[in-house]
Design a protein around this ligand. Structure first.
Ligand SMILES: Nc1ncnc2c1ncn2[C@@H]1O[C@H](COP(=O)(O)OP(=O)(O)O)[C@@H](O)[C@H]1O
Ligand SMILES: [Mg+2]
Length: 553
């Protein structure tokens, strides 16, 4: 995650190291000054080696404070840049992987996970990176302090360094416990994110069935599980500090008892070393806290990695052959099952020619929508093949195929914005004339609610919440017509319309006869009447096509 930021991290480390050295030097000089004042000498012995005037030492100490402050601020500034870069990079990577994955994979991912990934994870990562700076700067300051202390008194410094190491080892079981608890916390957070996303999309169903109480209780349960898991993890994480401090104090006591027996030690050595060690202990504390905090992210990182893994494994693969126009569509012995093993389409064969209006009918759950998804390349057959203009769909570049058809899904998928935004649907090459024509053909404009007639100005609400079911369906149809594709795939496009509107839509489709090929899923007599042929599905097989066509399955 930090790899692309190597240079930035190097700069942060360097600035922190210099800041640490400046601080260590300040501490040594200032204890020297304090000792000098008590012995009323006008010159000092710094590092037990250099003689220096008190005034010079004061200036020098001041210069070191300034250096420490400036370098520390530079490190902080670089650090905020690092956090920004990592968070943005990570979010872009997840977004890219998500949108680059197959539709099946996107459908399989539980609701709310992507949002949680993009918001929750990024926040945690930025929290960790902030403490990374503290941990890193403490680590380097500690190294600088140890370096300076080694210069003053190697023996005591080595003992203190050894004590710090023992402390680190002693804290390791706590860090392991934190990692375990972090996994539990992260998975309960995901459950909660999924719950809130799912329940909040149920709106009217919850209200009309009067089930807000049990829904609230379910959410409350998820919240409590998450809260408990988080509390346990945070408690364990926070114990790092008191355990560290208590153990460090015990070491100090031991060190003092050794020093008190050693009469050869002089005050000018013990003074600076003691001060450096005390400061070193605080640095050690933030280093160990950072290491523990890193463990507290174990669950989060594991989920992040497994999710990114999932999307990379389910990358959308596409062929190279370009499609220009639509001549024919052939299903040749196509069999398709969902991952759970249910066979939906069994050995289906049929052919559709250019300019044909083909109906697809059959009982609910018989696989009509699945056939449309297969044609779009959203799903791939397990056996058999789908040919577009005699080329296997697997070899075709899906992007170029998408430009040749429009799919009107069974449930309209609308975006918040105006009717124009929805008809245009991110396709900037569609002109305003095409939008108006499509809205007219799809009867969106002839709606008796006159406020809809202002395509540009009228905001339709989130996911078309201010429209009726039929209006949403007509808007979806307008979206499909606007790009004037050679093939229209319509999944029960008139299911929410009154008879009169349905007849008018049929008229629109009839007017396209010969120019546009249309595959239309419907149960309606009116719609099936305009079809050149109708394929009927039952169970998972094509059972018959109407009189004018041949059965090929
Ligand atoms: N993602 C899925 N995983 C497993 N089974 C599914 C999935 N989507 C749909 N199905 C099943 O596939 C069958 C066909 O669905 P569909 O093509 O939508 O039917 P139709 O459009 O004819 O009503 C149904 O029995 C449905 O239960
Ligand atoms: Mg369907």
């Amino acid at each position: 995650m930090l790899r692309p930021n190597g240079f930035r991290i190097l700069c942060i480390s360097f600035a922190n190291l210099l800041a640490g050295i400046a601080e260590a030097a300040f501490l040594v000089i200032s204890t020297g000054i304090a000792l000098g004042v008590t012995t009323s000498d006008s010159s000092l012995e710094i590092f037990s080696r250099f003689d220096m005037e008190i005034t010079t030492s004061l200036w020098l100490a001041g210069a070191f404070i300034f250096a420490k402050f400036t370098l520390g601020t530079i490190a902080l500034w670089l650090q905020s840049g690092l956090t920004e870069s990592v968070v943005v990079h990570q979010r872009l990577k997840i977004t890219e992987l998500y949108f680059g994955s197959t539709w099946e994979a996107q459908q399989d991912a539980p609701t709310g996970h992507l949002q949680h990934l993009l918001l929750g994870f990024s926040q945690e990562i930025s929290g960790l990176l902030n403490s990374f700076n503290q941990g890193l700067s403490s680590m380097l300051s500690l190294m600088a302090l140890i370096g300076v202390a080694l210069f003053v008194d190697p023996f005591s410094t080595l003992i203190a360094g050894f004590a710090l190491l023992i402390l680190g080892i002693a804290l390791s079981p706590i860090r392991k416990a934190i990692a375990q608890r972090s996994k539990r916390t992260a998975s309960s957070q995901l459950d909660f994110a999924h719950g809130i996303a799912e329940y909040s999309s149920l709106g009217i169903a919850i209200q009309s069935y009067g089930v807000s109480e049990p829904v609230k209780q379910n959410l409350g349960r998820l919240l409590k599980v998450e809260g408990k898991a988080r509390r346990k993890m945070e408690f364990t994480l926070q114990t790092i500090t008191p355990v560290y401090i208590a153990s460090a104090y015990i070491f100090i006591l031991i060190a003092l008892s050794i020093v008190s027996r050693n009469e050869t030690m002089s005050l000018d050595k013990i003074g600076p070393v003691a001060l450096l060690m005390l400061r070193g202990l605080t640095y050690g504390q933030s280093v160990y806290f950072f290491l523990a905090l890193k463990r507290a992210m174990t669950g989060t990182f594991e989920q992040l990695n497994s999710t990114m893994d999932f999307y990379s494994k389910n990358k959308l693969r596409t062929g190279r052959e370009e499609v220009t126009g639509f001549n024919s569509l052939t299903f040749d012995g196509v069999t398709f099952s969902h991952k759970n093993g249910t066979e939906i389409i069994k050995n289906a064969s049929f052919r559709m020619k250019h300019g044909e209006i083909l109906g697809l009918s059959g009982e609910s759950g018989s696989g009509k929508t699945t056939i449309l998804e297969l044609i779009c390349g959203l799903r791939s057959p397990d056996h058999g093949c789908i040919l577009i203009n005699e080329t296997n769909l697997e070899l075709i570049n899906l992007n170029s195929w998408q430009k040749n058809y429009s799919l009107v899904t069974q449930e309209p998928r609308l975006i918040s914005g105006s009717a124009t935004d929805n008809i245009k649907f991110f396709r900037n090459n569609i002109s305003i004339e095409d939008i108006e024509k499509a809205a007219q053909d799809a009867l969106y404009l002839s709606d008796s609610s006159t406020h809809l007639n202002n395509l540009e100005m009228h905001q339709i609400g989130e996911a078309g919440s201010q429209l009726s079911g039929g209006q949403k369906q007509r808007l979806s149809l307008a979206r499909a017509l606007a790009s004037k594709p050679p093939l229209l795939l319509l999944d029960e496009p008139t299911a929410s319309l009154d008879i009169e509107s349905e007849e008018k839509i049929c008229e629109t489709l009839n007017n396209l006869r010969g120019k546009v090929s249309i595959l239309i899923v419907s149960h309606s007599e009116n719609v099936l009447k305009i079809c050149d042929r109708v394929i009927y599905l039952e169970g998972n097989s094509i059972i018959s096509t109407d009189s004018s066509s041949k059965i090929e399955s």
